[in-house]
Design a protein around this ligand. Structure first.
Ligand SMILES: Cc1cc2nc3c(=O)[nH]c(=O)nc-3n(C[C@H](O)[C@H](O)[C@H](O)COP(=O)(O)O)c2cc1C
Length: 218
């Protein structure tokens, strides 16, 4: 039975562009996989805590050597890691906050990247190698190739590093740009570009969801 892990991270529950893109992906994925299972985490509504000293040190020690604080910290890491490892496909929706990802998504990433369990540093392929990871993102401004702000985008490129370079996953980032144009008077002239970007992102999301649903199970 195929398994999708769907993570939302916008702090906003209503009118979120990234959440809407994630919903579109999930709807198509479920249509294509009627017996599929979706595990859902809403980091905006229910953030996971930041990684603590106990969590860091526990990740580098055998479980039998953990003290009480490390055991407690590792319970959460174990749960999150198990969710990720059991996913045939990963879907992350994220806004751009201050040129980067929300701190809630960063906290989740810090919790799930565990040495020798999800990520390896000795050159051997990790367990998630080749699995599809789809990032759907919403940026208030414009960060397309050649745009003046391109180099300040620390969302898509960063998540490609985490899931592609770090975990070996097959990553695609799909971003709707200029989402602030309709409600920012100074950006009024950019509204047609914003609408086009959103339409392009929606089309790309549907295509990626179909492709992802066809990926053979492990
Ligand atoms: C706290 C905060 C910080 C933001 N920082 C940026 C930014 O640095 N660059 C940008 O282009 N847009 C920025 N925005 C705009 C969001 O990226 C934009 O509204 C996006 O659509 C939010 O995603 P959502 O609609 O899924 O909530 C920011 C919005 C908020 C609420």
């Amino acid at each position: 039975m195929p398994h999708l892990l769907h993570i939302d991270s916008s702090a906003v529950s209503q009118g979120s562009v990234s959440r809407a893109l994630g919903q579109s992906f999930r709807r198509v994925w479920q249509q294509e996989n009627p017996d599929g299972v979706v595990t859902y985490r809403d980091l905006g509504a229910a953030p996971v805590p930041p990684l603590t000293e106990a969590g860091v040190t526990a990740g580098f020690m055998p479980a039998v050597a953990h003290d009480e604080r490390q055991r407690h910290a590792m319970l959460l890491r174990d749960e999150l890691v198990a969710e990720l490892l059991s996913a045939d496909a990963l879907l992350i929706s994220t806004p751009m906050y201050n040129w980067s990802i929300p701190s809630t998504l960063k906290a989740w990433i810090d919790q799930v990247l565990v040495n020798d369990r999800t990520i390896t540093f000795d050159g051997t392929p990790g367990p998630l190698t080749g699995r599809p990871a789809t990032v759907v993102a919403s940026y208030g401004g414009g960060y397309t190739p050649g745009a003046p702000m391109e180099q300040h985008n620390h969302v898509g490129p960063y998540l490609e590093t985490v899931f592609g370079t770090g975990l070996g996953m097959d990553v695609q980032v799909i971003a709707a740009q200029l989402s602030l144009a309709p409600r920012t008077p100074a950006m009024a002239g950019l509204i047609p570009l914003a609408e086009q970007s959103l339409a392009d992102a929606q089309a790309a999301v549907l295509e990626r969801a179909r492709q992802t649903a066809l990926v053979p199970l492990r």
